[in-house]
Ligand binder design. Structure first.
Ligand code: MIG
Length: 758
């Protein structure tokens, strides 16, 4: 309680003693089985192997045998074939093509080289431990190298100079630099330099910390238990490293198109009448809408898988009516199951032993919205199946998306979560909550995703989660939790989403308008401008705040907000194409400039601009009252989307942007497929091709399919490639999807060599 007073900085509170650390000294014996090198250390054991040519897995367990089994996060990991092994007196060498790792036997450490040049080096020794069973791993780094990734963290894109720890936490207090632990834990960092990007994935689910502060030339990673279990990726640039990371942890699957439209939410729309009125108001003002959310008030006393009979007596009819207007409904589902002997979900879960328990078999109960509640043990596949099956309750009404909240799990007590000695059952293997905590949200997302997939045949599920761990992108989109209607939070949403993207999560967004606090008309407009270009686009607000639906502040504000929601739909064909690319490659939809311009130092710290895909640059206004800003355009020529004026890249420009204008640029040589106006994604769009002139190549690509099913995996897709040369537009097509959009117009933007309009 005294944490918010000066008591928190009393000497006795501040100077906590560090545990004594012991280095893991040397390799005593080893064994090479043709793929994996393993052996005994002076304390504990280790193994190391290539998972692909530019990726290595290295593990040390100082307290026993290192565990080589695949984890839920890196489930695609497999030792590479064709690696050669060469021992010598001091070192052990593994080689895969041009890639060589040298492991030093004394003072355990290793280095990696590519074509003879060193690209990575650990400290010597690289592993240490404490008697409390903390494990440490340290690697060398350039003092000023920017460090990206680390999932959903506050602050700017570069994390060098900070200490970042990972423990999934429900943080309602304002997110700022000091609230490091938020809802997601993705222990993956990218250390960048002009000629390489090194990825370090510390796949350990205990609380972990990345210390980029204490030592100038090294990064030290710590876990509060378990083993050092690290993947090192040495990519030539950010892209290669993110691709390799998502080869391990999975790609963001192509979402249903409706989940990329505009979504409206509030905590809560408290009755079915209110929900209908919201839908009707969108219709009245002609504002596009794809989905309305039902927050916790739809339930009967917060019992998941129920509706409140008084306020939602005709939930089925409501969903049906909205669906007929092309509007989806997504209800919230929390993990806490109310302890109530008359509540079938609770009774069944108890009878089958599906809730999380202590070692002695007693069920763990914690206080959340419904009062005392039990928490499904999602780690177990029978529990996942059961939970997934419960979603029939919604899917039979026509619901095909679910919002998972409070799944850190959040509990109303001092520790904010479940007791650490609760044991989870990973299909027979028991792990403590201390080890499993950061995985709770990931497993819940898995249960939800797989349940929806089974309940709604041949339909891509949409699930949205607050908590997660590395690999969460396989199951769920992520929103950044309880932000506030503060300009600083608008600003911070960019680096958060950019770094989530670099951490494998291509599908994420922040509550547009801000969740808690009262938004203002100006903030809502500026935030909608940003949200329209982020992967996930939902306006959401807390119960005691003023309403922030598009029309909440009168007509002028509404027109501006509407303009950007409509712009989202104009960009839908391009956006959807990028999501297809994300599924193929693992590359994010929203990219930091450094991803496309890895050698340009001017991009290294750029947190207030981003690229949508490769060729669209967004440089929003992020401060109250501002109508101008400096915009950095990287190499090449760029066109202002609105004025079509041409700008030189490789420099800064002062751009004017009145309240109704989002600074938006398109790179020369781009063919941008823009969609015609629609009420939502269920209406078919026609295409207008905007061809941005360049002296070099002018190309574009459009991915299409039915927007909902998995048929695209069976050829029912279309990829159109556009090529424009000297007035001639060539289109080539791949895939067997027939119902492709009609091109109703082409527009050429720019000048020819003589400086004339063309
Ligand atoms: O803090 O379900 O982050 O989006 O509206 C209360 C009520 C629990 C937290 C979520 C927020 C949601 C709210 N929930």
């Amino acid at each position: 309680m005294l944490e918010t007073t000066s008591y928190a900085i009393l000497p006795s509170q501040v100077n906590k003693k560090e545990e004594l650390r012991h280095p893991v000294q040397s390799i005593c014996s080893y064994e090479w089985d043709g793929k994996v090198l393993s052996g005994m250390l002076s304390k504990g054991s280790f193994f190391i192997y290539f998972t692909r040519e530019n990726t290595l897995r290295f593990a040390v367990q100082p307290f026993g045998e290192a565990d080589v089994s695949p984890t839920i996060a890196a489930e695609r990991d497999q030792p590479l074939d064709g690696v050669t092994f060469e021992p010598s007196e001091d070192s052990l060498v593994l080689e895969a093509g041009a890639h060589r790792v040298t492991i030093f036997k004394n003072s355990l450490s290793f280095s990696v080289s590519r074509n003879g040049a060193t690209v990575f080096q650990t400290e010597a020794p690289c592993v240490s431990y404490t008697k409390e069973k903390q494990v440490y791993f340290s690697v060398e780094k350039e003092t000023d190298a920017p460090i990206y990734g680390l999932g959903e963290k506050s602050g700017f894109i570069n994390k060098n100079g900070l200490k970042i720890s990972n423990w999934n936490t429900d943080v309602f207090a304002p997110h700022n630099k000091d609230t490091v632990e938020l809802y997601q834990s993705i222990p993956f960092a990218l250390i960048h330099a002009q000629d390489k990007t090194t990825g370090i994935f510390f796949d350990n689910t205990f609380r972990t910390s990345f210390d980029m502060q204490t030592y100038r030339d090294k990064l030290e990673i710590m876990a509060e238990g378990g083993q050092v279990n690290v993947y090192v990726i040495w990519g030539e640039d950010v892209k290669e490293t993110v691709q390799a990371y998502t080869d391990l942890t999975g790609k963001t699957p192509l979402p249903p198109k409706w989940s990329l439209g505009y979504h409206q939410s509030r905590y809560s729309y408290t009755s079915q009448d209110e929900v209908s009125t919201i839908a009707a108001t969108f219709k009245k003002y002609g504002i596009p809408l794809d989905c309305i959310f039902l927050d916790i008030h739809y339930m009967d006393d917060y019992r998941v898988f129920t509706f409140n009979e008084d306020t939602f007596p005709g939930a089925g009819a409501l969903v049906k009516d909205l669906n007929s207007q092309g509007i989806d409904v997504v209800p919230i589902v929390d993990p806490g199951v109310k302890k109530d002997v008359h509540y079938p979900v609770y009774v069944e879960g108890m009878e089958k032993g599906y809730f999380s328990k202590y070692l002695d078999g007693d069920v763990y109960y914690g206080e959340v919205w419904p009062g005392e509640s039990a928490f499904p043990d999602f780690f177990n596949s029978s529990v996942q199946k059961w939970w997934g099956g419960l979603h029939q309750y919604y899917t039979k009404l026509g619901i095909r998306g679910i919002w998972n909240d409070m799944n850190e799990p959040s509990v109303f007590n001092e520790t904010k979560t479940m007791d650490l000695d609760v044991m989870h059952d990973v299909d027979g293997k028991k792990i403590s909550h201390k080890e499993g905590h950061n995985l709770y949200g990931l497993y819940m997302s898995k249960a939800t995703f797989e349940g929806l997939k089974e309940q709604v045949p041949n339909s891509r599920p949409f699930s949205l989660t607050r908590a997660g761990y590395a690999g969460v992108q396989r199951y769920s989109a992520v929103w950044t939790g309880d932000n506030r209607s503060h300009w600083e939070h608008l600003e911070m949403s960019l680096p958060m989403i950019i770094n989530l993207g670099l951490s494998g999560v291509a599908f994420s967004g922040a509550d547009v308008g801000g969740f808690s606090s009262d938004t203002t008309p100006e903030l809502l407009i500026r935030w909608t401008q940003v949200g329209a270009f982020l992967p996930y686009f939902r306006n959401h607000s807390v119960q005691d705040s003023i309403y922030q639906e598009p029309w909440a502040f009168g007509e002028a504000t509404m027109e501006s907000v509407k303009k950007y929601i409509e712009l989202r739909y104009r960009f839908m064909p391009y956006l959807y194409t990028l999501f297809h690319e994300a599924e193929q490659t693992g590359l994010p939809v929203v990219r930091p400039l450094v991803m496309e311009y890895p050698q340009d130092e001017e991009t290294f710290q750029c947190s207030d601009q981003f690229l949508l895909g490769k060729n669209v640059l967004v440089a929003p206004i992020l401060r109250q009252g501002q109508t101008h800003r400096a915009v950095y355009l990287p190499a090449g020529e760029w066109y202002d989307f609105w004025t079509e004026e041409r700008y030189k890249g490789g420099e800064y420009h002062l751009i004017k942007a009145d309240l109704d204008t989002l600074p938006l640029f398109v790179k020369e040589g781009t063919i941008l497929p823009l969609g015609s106006p629609v009420r939502n994604t269920k209406e078919k769009q026609e295409i207008e091709l905007h061809i941005y002139h360049s002296e070099q190549e002018v190309t574009g690509i459009l991915y299409e399919d039915d927007g909902i099913s998995y048929d695209y995996r069976d050829q029912a897709y279309s990829i159109s490639t556009y090529d424009y040369k000297k007035g001639d537009l060539q289109i080539s097509r791949e895939g067997s999807y027939e119902a492709t959009a009609e091109i109703i117009a082409t527009k050429i933007i720019g000048k020819n060599e003589a400086g004339e309009d063309i």
